[in-house]
Ligand binder design. Structure first.
Ligand SMILES: [Zn+2]
Ligand SMILES: [Zn+2]
Length: 331
């Protein structure tokens, strides 16, 4: 495969990164295609279920001389709609088994199957942390739009941290990189010093680390540990979900992101010391700009992840305000 066309960026051996359009500010998500001489034809991440994304993937497949039915293995880094959305479509068209980390199957992936049942809890969690009543309905509608672009897989096979999968005819180690998603998976090839990182680290934006009703209790604590892991791993190159497809300088970027989160922790602690308030009110101080409803949701979840991390460290405590029906954080 010498000329795979303009859509595809060669990564390592038979592995190519395809930039697939998504209607989000990041513009594209990275889908990996692997056509090794020995080993399964594989896809890593699937993009969002939109006609544009499906067409882009078809173009990428055909540039490599492939059809949907040739795919033998699908691995998904995490459950977010832009990475998992087409999982069920790829599964139906190829018959390939879909794989995710065991932790992600039990939480994020389950979220898509139990979406209707979990939505009330999801909204209650936001309301209990101060989201105004008038924003709840539009947040529910925004969530539904996201759900409509996800076609869940019927069966997902679990991968475990430390096990190996075959890509490029070589072994890649399965890593657990929680924080941005509870069961975020990475794939590490030591020989090539290449990490398939998904959204665990990104070059231009700080991956959202949010506390939702269905997440592990301390996603920021998880993420700070993931940054430590990435710093120690020090890959020469990482294939990233957005603003890539390939980045260098992972170690320096991990340090920079840790500094960024430490600054935010200090900011939240200082704000709560100045005046005790809800996570939503803290989020208005931390993200002090115009945001649409999904931006506000990310801002609240991210602020809450920081506030709860401080609470679990014993640096903040919270009380229930019965009159307003919200949790209040105090220093
Ligand atoms: Zn993501
Ligand atoms: Zn993403």
């Amino acid at each position: 495969m010498t000329d795979a066309g303009p859509l595809l960026t060669p990564v390592l051996g038979s592995l190519y990164a395809l930039q697939v359009p998504i209607p989000y500010p990041m513009k594209t998500v990275t889908v990996l295609l692997d056509v090794p001489a020995h080993g399964p034809v594989s896809m890593v991440d699937t993009a969002l279920d939109t006609p544009e994304a499906q067409a882009a993937i078809e173009d990428g497949l055909s540039a490599l001389g492939l059809h949907w039915s040739d795919i033998e293995q699908v691995i998904i880094t995490h459950h977010h709609p832009d990475h998992y959305g087409l999982a069920g479509v790829v599964e139906e068209r190829s018959g390939a088994a879909v794989h995710m980390l065991d932790v992600e199957i039990g939480r994020g992936e389950r979220y898509w199957h139990l979406w209707e049942e979990w939505l009330p809890g999801h909204l209650k969690h936001m309301r209990d942390h101060g989201l105004p009543q008038e924003s709840l309905a539009s947040m529910g509608a925004d969530n539904r739009r996201g759900r409509d672009r996800v076609h869940p897989a019927s069966r997902v096979q679990p991968l475990r941290e430390g096990q190996y999968v075959s890509l490029t005819g070589r072994d890649w180690e399965v890593l657990w990189l929680p924080g941005h998603a509870d069961g975020h998976l990475g794939l590490w090839n030591e020989q090539g010093s290449v990490l398939i990182a998904g959204d665990a680290i990104l070059p231009r934006i700080s991956p959202n680390v949010g506390l939702y009703a269905y997440t592990r209790p301390d996603p920021l604590g998880d993420y700070l540990q993931t940054l430590g892991k990435l710093e120690a791993l020090n890959p020469a190159r990482a294939v990233v979900g957005h603003h890539g497809p390939v980045m260098e300088g992972v170690q320096a970027r991990a340090r920079e992101l840790r500094g960024h989160h430490h600054e935010r922790l200090d900011f939240i602690a200082a704000q709560a010391r100045q005046q005790p308030r809800s996570a939503y009110d803290l989020s208005l101080a931390m993200f002090n700009r115009e945001l649409n409803i999904s931006g506000r949701r990310f801002a609240l979840a991210e602020t809450l992840a920081h506030a709860e991390h401080l609470r679990l460290l014993g640096q903040l405590y919270r009380t229930w305000d019965e009159g307003r029906g919200v949790w209040i954080y105090h220093a």
